[in-house]
Ligand binder design. Structure first.
Ligand code: NAP
Length: 287
């Protein structure tokens, strides 16, 4: 059985690591804020590594789920001294395709393999082990590690070379932006009409406009509860990645540009650590 190590025990990483442990793959953990790793390692009865490199020495596959581009490269550089021939790194953070390629170049110098494997499905998907995972990199390496990844995901699709997983994830994030705009704007409209929005969400969820975000965030956003979920500052980071990619291929994303402007306003107001459904703050009628 492959031995796996997990780095980045945040909102997504912690439940993913728990599922790895449940499936019997998890051997070691590491987190920048050490206390989080110590606590979870005790609970799951696995090793709490002293450093990313020490973790890499101990396992066959290193799974990472950290915040942004610079963080992935920092963690990958810290792993390098511990990598060995045949080591596998699977990064599940959402970053640019370019960062995935840079990370892959770094680990290949050590005879190791890198897969970009961003996920979708939110903290609920992470908890339930039902994430959708889009993977870029060597297909044989993916097949080797697929049983490990299947402990966290209900759908794993090979997209192409390194960076292709992040390309697919950018498409996902562009759609999420449009859905967030549409749902929050439409519910604010409904509030102004004075309709019973519990009934609205119930009936619309069963029809053509039903969607994941409406079903899982509709009621909480109406109550003014914006607990993440998915932090607005992280989606803002993803939309900037998508706009950079669009600029490179000479296309525009007007909906994404509008969402980015809204998020920038919310970041200015100090709501970056709230869920993306906090967009409703800008749309809802004044009390
Ligand atoms: P989070 O709760 O903010 O957790 C971030 C994790 O990354 C923490 O463990 C943090 O360590 C670690 N980290 C950040 N920078 C680091 C660095 N330079 N070196 C080492 N560790 C570092 O974020 P999250 O919601 O779990 O998201 C993680 C990634 O998954 C992001 O790329 C996000 O876009 C993506 N994602 C999120 C969702 C979602 O719904 N939340 C869904 C799909 C994908 P500390 O404990 O020390 O802060």
């Amino acid at each position: 059985m492959m031995k796996a190590g997990f780095i980045g025990l945040g909102g997504m990483g912690e439940p993913m690591a728990r599922n790895m442990a449940k499936a019997g793959f998890l051997a070691a953990l590491w987190n920048r804020t050490r206390q989080r790793a110590v606590r979870l390692a005790q609970q799951l009865e696995v090793e709490c590594a002293e450093s990313p490199a020490q973790l890499a020495e101990r396992v066959d596959v290193v799974l990472t789920c950290v915040s942004a581009d610079a963080d992935v490269l920092e963690v990958v550089r810290a792993l390098l001294p511990g990598l060995h021939q045949g080591s596998l790194i699977v990064d599940m953070s959402t970053v640019s395709s370019e960062t995935a390629r840079q990370a892959a170049d770094l680990v290949r110098q050590k005879g190791a393999e890198f897969l970009d494997a961003p996920v979708s499905g939110g903290v609920e998907g992470a908890r339930n082990g039902t994430l959708a995972m889009m993977v870029g990199g060597d297909e044989a390496a993916l097949e080797k590690v697929r049983p490990v990844l299947a402990a966290m995901s209900s759908r794993i699709v090979h997209m192409g070379v390194v960076g292709a997983g992040q390309g697919a994830k950018a498409i996902n994030q562009i759609m999420c932006a449009g859905i967030n705009e549409a749902v929050t704007e439409a519910l604010a409209f409904g509030a102004r009409l004075g309709l019973d929005l519990t009934k609205v969400i119930d009936v619309i969820s069963a029809g053509a406009a039903g969607n994941w975000f409406l079903e899982r965030r509709g009621m909480s956003l109406l109550q003014g509860l914006f607990e993440p979920g998915f932090k607005l500052a992280l989606h803002h980071k993803d939309l900037k990645i998508a706009l950079d990619m669009a600029a490179r291929i000479g296309t525009r994303l007007p909906l994404t540009e509008a969402t980015l402007r809204d998020y920038e306003e919310l970041l200015r107001q100090g709501y970056g650590d709230e869920d993306i459904s906090a967009l409703y703050r800008l749309k809802r009628p004044a009390e």
